[in-house]
Write a protein that binds this ligand. Structure first.
Ligand SMILES: Cc1cc2nc3c(=O)[nH]c(=O)nc-3n(C[C@H](O)[C@H](O)[C@H](O)COP(=O)(O)OP(=O)(O)OC[C@H]3O[C@@H](n4cnc5c(N)ncnc54)[C@H](O)[C@@H]3O)c2cc1C
Length: 456
């Protein structure tokens, strides 16, 4: 069981004793399905706006069991789609508004942690994205130019020379990079567990080991009874396809992670990351890492297969081939890591909508709300989702409720086997493009064509 295997699980300082299940049928004002960031932030801000609301959260396992308890801990302003994609679909003003909202979300997570006394190891050191061949450098240039063209100087995204990039992280073969200040490294599981605890103290009901089989207007049907509620919120992200009627709404994609033992001061002198900048390079098949509060490296990447029928199973969290590949990539990036033991290996499912466009929404007539489809950028985005859903549900109109992701609907994924064929073909194509770029230094046209094909 990969939740138990993660670095975060062993360093969260929590007993993880499950809370009681739903005792039978109940009536509340708002029923939330899923106790990850989306569900918990929604409850947090709803309670803040109207403490008289009766809110119940049902969670199939325990709070933080999903991606929120297993992720890379990048509390970043990344948002799917990127600014150019938003500008294309919704206009430049909308792209600018999203950038500002996401910057605020990164800060807001740290602010709430402070106010609530949550020790989440939050360090706002920004993100360094390294270019390690000429194709990656060309991509960095293009991204920085694209961002400037659409949102001007708001993003503060800097194109870096080799020396500047190495000033953040002394990885191998660095030829340049880009840096954004809008990211914090944090301990993801401490955040989600801390939030759950604070909600309980405020009188919000959290029922664990309670599986919803169906959500519908006015009710969440579970294996322990029905929660009747005027408003129902779906916050199940990568697990959504298991709910009745939601099979093709999102797909679960696996992202896997490893963590090293704490590295020595000498190793850190060689590597850098002195401000705990989160780091990646600019390959297509995404990788991500952070220097943890206790001086380890937690490092992850995509590349695990998509499983037929959008299945999510504990055994999919472990994949020896991908975990070993991650170790090799990490050592290739930072040779001082070579002698360090890999102490933890785990993984989890994140959700991808067909058009790679995150969304939140509230259908007032039916009383149904949702948030998700963050494509692996959900730590800060789910905070924005929670604040936005709370405002939508309580009938407020604000800058948040006018953001272009509100009410956005992606088309459904194709039926199987097309879905399986398409997603896995894309995965192989991106890996191949990365290998070709590393060999030749020339941008792989196939990857760009694929991005266009999937509509990203
Ligand atoms: C390995 C990995 C690394 C990642 N790294 C990053 C990162 O560094 N930065 C970033 O921004 N994002 C990252 N992400 C994505 C991010 O973690 C997610 O987008 C975010 O946590 C989603 O939060 P959520 O609350 O919507 O979903 P989840 O945290 O997945 O929560 C959904 C909850 O719903 C529960 N549930 C599901 N079905 C039911 C049901 N039928 N009945 C009751 N409960 C149910 C689940 O048990 C789960 O607890 C990563 C994801 C993974 C898997």
């Amino acid at each position: 069981m990969s939740f138990e295997d993660s670095l975060w699980r062993s360093t969260a300082g929590d007993s993880f004793t499950p809370r009681p299940s739903l005792p039978g049928d109940i009536d509340v004002d708002v029923a939330i399905v899923g106790a990850g960031y989306t569900g918990l932030w929604t409850a947090y801000y709803l309670h803040g706006i109207d403490p008289s609301l009766r809110i119940a959260i049902v969670e199939r396992e325990i709070a933080g069991f999903g991606a929120s308890g297993r992720n890379g801990g990048w509390c970043s302003s990344l948002f799917p789609p990127a600014s150019s994609g938003i500008a294309r679909r919704h206009g430049a003003e909308a792209a600018l508004a999203v950038r500002r909202a996401m910057h605020d979300a990164v800060v807001e997570v740290g602010r709430v942690a402070d106010v609530e006394g949550l020790d989440i190891h939050y360090a706002r050191g920004g993100t360094i994205s390294l270019a390690r061949n000429q194709a990656q450098l060309a991509r960095a240039r293009e991204r920085v130019e694209d961002e400037r063209r659409v949102t001007g100087d708001v993003e503060g995204l800097e194109l870096l020379s080799k020396e500047q990039a190495e000033g953040h992280a002394r990885a191998t073969r660095v030829v340049g990079g880009e840096y954004t200040p809008h990211c914090a490294a944090l301990h993801p599981l401490r955040l989600v567990r801390g939030l759950a605890e604070r909600l309980e103290l405020r009188g919000i009901s959290l029922f664990e080991r309670t599986t919803a089989s169906e959500i519908k207007p006015g009710a969440v049907v579970t294996d322990h009874g029905t929660v009747r509620a005027e408003i129902v919120v779906r916050a199940t992200e990568g697990y959504t396809p298991s709910l009745r009627g939601q099979r093709r709404r999102l797909i679960p994609l696996y992202s896997l992670m490893i963590a090293t033992e704490p590295l020595s001061a000498e190793a850190w002198d060689q590597i850098g990351l002195h401000r705990r900048e989160t780091f990646a390079d600019l390959r297509h098949m995404r990788i991500y890492g952070q220097r943890t509060d206790d001086d380890r490296i937690a490092f992850g990447g995509r590349g695990a297969p998509y499983h037929f029928g959008s299945r999510v199973r504990p055994e999919f969290d472990r994949n020896d081939r991908v975990h070993e590949m991650l170790r090799e990539i990490l050592v290739d990036l930072f040779p001082p890591v070579a002698g360090a033991a890999v102490t933890h290996r785990w993984g989890g499912a994140l959700a991808v909508p067909r058009d790679w466009h995150a969304s939140v929404g509230f259908d007032r007539a039916r009383g149904m709300a949702w948030g998700g489809g963050y494509v692996g950028d959900g730590v800060a985005t789910a905070n924005l989702a929670g604040r936005t859903l709370a405002e939508l549900i309580t009938g407020q109109v604000s800058e948040l409720t006018r953001l272009p992701w509100v009410g956005h609907r992606s088309r459904h994924w194709e039926p199987e086997p097309l879905r399986w064929l398409g997603v896995n073909a894309g995965r192989l194509l991106l890996s191949r493009a990365d290998r070709a770029e590393a060999r030749s230094g020339r941008p792989a046209r196939s990857a760009k064509a694929f991005a266009r094909f999937i509509g990203y």
